[in-house]
Ligand binder design. Structure first.
Ligand SMILES: Cc1ncc(COP(=O)(O)O)c(C=O)c1O
Ligand SMILES: [Zn+2]
Length: 420
């Protein structure tokens, strides 16, 4: 049987009661009885391509590692996952590294990696009898939660920073029928408020502070490893905001390692935006004194100054001997132009991954013979404004180094000839 355990004082709690934090205030995590689980590469491979519910999902294919005791009838799934790996000559040239593949989590049902954690969290919400679910969001969590709540017949309430989330994401939350509450403040204000409001008003909280979100999110790493024939890459590289995704990836790798399903421990590189880099600063200090900050970056998905999972991620980073780096706004938008122009496409925060790989290769931290699996976290269409503004040279203070500006012409063949 799995239990909830405090990451600081190790106090244990049953899974069946709603609880997000320990009495001591620290976060909780799900601890599985790994020795009691019957799992193998063969079991998971036998479900590949299965049309059988729920194994068709790229999360529930690994059910034993996510929520082993949940009856299949309780699972709320779109289904999610089954996202592709891409290797691109153009991107490899840009980052100066051949052995690079990108896993596109923008191919999830609502267009971001959040659907993996959300199927875990929403399944827990159903198990616990929740009627109303809530989250604070930079956009993708609210889009995902709104869709899953609608499917499960629950009310969704989302708290978003006013005027600071990408249009595609806001549109999704509204369209899927969530109650959208715009907060006069930033994501960190919204996060603080929703934690209080969910306890006081009896809403089930579905931010990544929720340990079942982390369990579902683990499948990002498990699926990637299965796609690589269970041969672990030397590096996983992904963006860091609230730090739930990187924490979940690390937890997956720890468990797979303990179960003997992988032969080596990959290093994780977490990439933050320069203007939203509290975990980078913490890493630089040798993990002495974590300080939150006022965040600012055009990659709004990772505009987070007080990430909830910093403590969990610290343990992961020490375990995998990974690294944390930061990238500038210019590096993010230029990497995005290359990712988009390669035909793959992703939203700005995702492209911190590619900018980060480039930087780590330049620094010699990622070495020439090492294999890299980068994660693209969200779909290109989540944030169309940035695309249009970049290519028209309208991003204040930034160069449009790879602009592809639309042209206006009179409707004559001669004019078309001139343009071509
Ligand atoms: C597209 C995208 N990338 C990256 C992140 C950061 O993930 P995390 O908050 O788990 O660190 C988010 C979070 O909202 C996101 O939406
Ligand atoms: Zn505790």
């Amino acid at each position: 049987m799995a239990i909830l355990r405090c990451i600081e004082c190790e106090e244990e709690y049953p899974l069946e009661k709603i609880r997000y934090r320990c009495e001591c205030g620290a976060l909780l995590e799900v601890v599985h009885d790994l020795a009691g689980l019957e799992v193998s590469r063969e079991l998971f491979d036998s479900r590949l391509g299965s049309l059988k519910w729920p194994y068709i999902s790229g999360v529930w294919r690994y059910k034993e590692l996510i929520m082993p005791d949940i009856p299949n009838s309780q699972i709320v799934s779109r289904p999610e996952g089954n996202t592709n790996l891409y290797c691109s000559a153009r991107i490899s040239k840009y980052v100066n590294h051949d052995n690079l593949c990108l896993k596109h989590e923008g191919e999830n049902p609502t267009g971001s990696f959040k659907d993996r954690g959300m199927t875990g969290g929403m399944t827990a919400a159903k198990m616990l009898g929740a009627k109303v679910v809530a989250c604070a969001s930079t956009g993708n969590t609210s889009a995902s939660m709104a869709a899953y709540a609608a499917m499960a017949g629950m009310r969704a309430v989302v708290f978003i920073p006013e005027g600071k989330i990408a249009f595609g994401k806001l549109a999704q939350a509204i369209a899927y029928g969530a109650r959208v509450i715009q907060i006069e403040g930033d994501f960190d204000d919204a996060m603080a408020l929703v934690q209080e409001a969910s306890v006081e008003l009896g809403m089930y909280l579905l931010n990544s502070i929720n340990p079942f979100r982390i369990e579902g999110q683990k499948a990002i790493g498990i699926e990637a490893l299965q796609q690589m024939g269970w041969e672990a890459p030397d590096w996983f590289v992904l963006p860091g905001g609230n730090l739930g995704n990187s924490t979940a990836l690390g937890k997956a790798l720890m468990e797979l390692n303990e179960l003997g399903l992988i032969d080596k421990i990959p290093k994780i590189a977490v990439i933050q935006a320069e203007g939203a880099n509290p975990f980078y600063e913490y890493f630089q200090s040798g993990f002495k004194g974590f300080h939150s900050m006022k965040a600012d970056t055009l990659a709004t998905a990772i505009k987070i100054g007080n990430p909830v999972s910093w403590r969990k991620l610290e343990a992961v980073m020490k375990w995998c001997k990974g690294t944390v780096d930061q990238v500038s706004e210019q590096e993010i938008v230029d990497a995005k132009a290359i990712v988009d122009g390669s035909g793959i496409g992703a939203e700005p925060a995702s492209c911190a991954t590619v900018a980060g790989v480039k930087k780590l290769v330049e620094k010699g931290i990622i070495q020439e013979d090492e294999s890299v699996l980068g994660i693209l976290t969200g779909n290109l269409l989540k944030d169309p404004d940035i695309v249009i503004n970049y290519h028209q040279g309208k991003l204040a203070g930034l160069k449009s180094s790879y602009a592809n500006k639309p042209v206006h012409i009179k409707p004559t063949l001669e004019e078309v000839r001139k343009v071509l």
